[in-house]
Design a binder for this molecule. Structure first.
Ligand code: LLP
Length: 463
């Protein structure tokens, strides 16, 4: 993160309170392609388009706030991951990032598999036609009902997260006369460089079974003894929004080490390893994400090398990118409602959404970019904080950014890279209505998740 100099002549010259500020691009009208979906452009008259459609038209037709998702970008990213890992590996899209029936169909068509972590995600996946054998079922506390259903429907793998679950899944499978394919999720003891709430490979947290004190080896011992289970491999997910490859490499090495120990102790070579998701994306121009082919190369090389050294057959690798596929493909479109300049501080720009459609800023201090998209402007940059309409001061969408000083109520602004963990973590706080997701592709826009209505709210309120 940089603490770059402020631009020439902003209204808040020399007064830069806490935090760090990115100097605005020389021209605020220029959209950094790193953070915007692939078909987003600013056309000659200054309006931004996606898939060839002007955002002002989209706002008229679908309203604001709304998420617009570039379908061709989503599909291209799926293909990039699948191609990078090739036919000897499997890519499971992490549905928690964003899941809908349309997304499931795109995944299926592009040859990806799907990671689900709840009965609801499983239902969506199956309803949209994802074959059960292409689904991995995750979670640290799956209910008995969820496990029974997953086993009955024949999900490709259940990722076991605790000793209780090893026994639970084995009993359920056996009672259904089945042998369920499972992986064991281990914590490899890597400190991932990301926000504490989304780091998952250190030992002091709720996921997985620790490698360090022999617990993971014990879990393997128990799983191998149970008739209801077919142990196909080991799973590790070290966290989310990670740029540094080192953590993934250490994780791969430690997982292979466990495979070696399992071979030595049981004479069994587990055929698969899953290295999870977690690849970071660009939310601002400062972020420099790795490409799928770099990740695939690094991971396959390290696994290959370690296995060769240990005399192991190289296992089939799988990965579970969520954010890296869907994150960059969408932006949230808002209408500016009020503008409040605070002398000597910054200007507060209130939009018609907020923490109910993007909780990430409040929850993880996430950084976002923002641009005026309904017109171009040559006005000076002004330091802004984009806030929502909810009843609390932490309702911040973009903490620090620059927008043109002639910004006015009614302008449309867009926050890029909101495809992952925004709609999927959206809430009804203050009885707000969750925005729609509109897929845009080659001049056509269609709603794939509709906007909530007040009727939807009242329907749940049965008192
Ligand atoms: N696999 C497993 C087992 C996971 O738990 C996750 C994310 C993924 C894959 C996908 O990770 P990704 O590639 O999307 O980083 N709500 C947080 C992120 C939570 C991630 C939870 N697990 C956020 O908004 O940053």
């Amino acid at each position: 993160m940089s603490r770059s100099a402020h631009p020439a002549g902003p209204r808040h010259a020399d007064v830069y309170p806490e935090g760090h500020y990115t100097a605005p691009a020389a021209d605020l009208n220029v959209l950094d392609e790193k953070v915007w979906a692939r078909t987003v452009r600013r056309d000659e008259d200054g309006v931004v388009t996606v898939g060839g459609i002007e955002v002002s038209r989209l706002a008229e037709e679908f309203g604001t706030p709304a998420y617009f998702l570039d379908e061709s970008d989503f599909r291209a990213r799926c293909r990039a991951w699948a191609d990078a890992f090739g036919p000897d590996a499997d890519v499971f899209y992490a549905g928690k990032a964003f899941l809908s029936r349309a997304v499931v169909r795109w995944l299926k068509e592009e040859g990806l598999n799907l990671d689900v972590c709840s009965g609801g995600e499983l239902t969506t996946a199956l309803d949209a036609g994802m074959p059960a054998e292409r689904i991995a079922f995750h979670g640290n506390n799956k209910s008995v009902e969820e496990i029974e259903r997953a086993v009955r429907l024949g999900v490709g793998r259940i990722v076991l997260d605790s000793f209780q679950e090893i026994v639970r899944v084995a009993h359920i499978a056996q009672s259904q006369g089945k042998r369920q394919r499972v992986q064991i999720r281990v914590t490899v003891g890597v400190e991932a460089h990301t926000h504490e709430f989304i780091a998952t490979a250190h030992e002091d947290q709720k996921f997985g079974i620790a490698l360090a004190d022999g617990q993971a080896a014990e879990a393997v011992r128990r799983a191998l003894r149970l008739d209801g289970l077919e142990l196909i491999g080991i799973h590790s997910h070290i966290g989310s929004q990670i740029f540094d490859m080192a953590g993934f490499e250490v994780s791969a090495r430690r997982v292979v080490q466990l495979l070696t120990e399992v071979r030595d102790e049981h004479g069994v070579e587990l055929p698969e390893i899953d290295l999870g998701g977690g690849l970071g994306i660009a939310y601002t121009s400062e972020d420099d994400p790795r490409e799928p082919h770099e990740i695939a190369k690094a991971l396959t090389e390290i696994v290959g090398r370690e296995c060769e050294a240990a005399g192991l057959r190289t296992p089939r690798i799988s990965v579970e990118p969520g954010r890296a596929i869907v994150g960059p493909t969408a932006f949230t479109l808002y209408e500016v409602g009020t503008i409040k300049p605070l002398e000597g501080l910054r200007t507060y720009v209130s939009v018609d959404g907020g923490m109910s459609d993007n909780i990430r800023t409040a929850l993880y201090d996430a950084e976002y970019s923002v641009a005026l998209v309904s017109r171009a402007s040559d006005a000076e940059p002004m330091l802004v904080r984009v806030v929502g309409k909810h009843c609390e001061s932490g309702d911040i969408v973009v903490r620090d950014a620059f927008l043109p000083a002639d910004l006015a109520p009614g302008d449309l602004i867009a926050v890029p890279a909101t495809g992952a963990y925004c709609r999927s973590m959206a809430s009804n706080y203050n009885h707000s209505l969750r925005p729609p997701v509109v897929a845009v592709n080659d001049g056509e826009a269609r709603v794939i998740v509709r906007r909530e209505t007040e009727e939807d709210l009242l329907r749940l309120d049965v008192g």
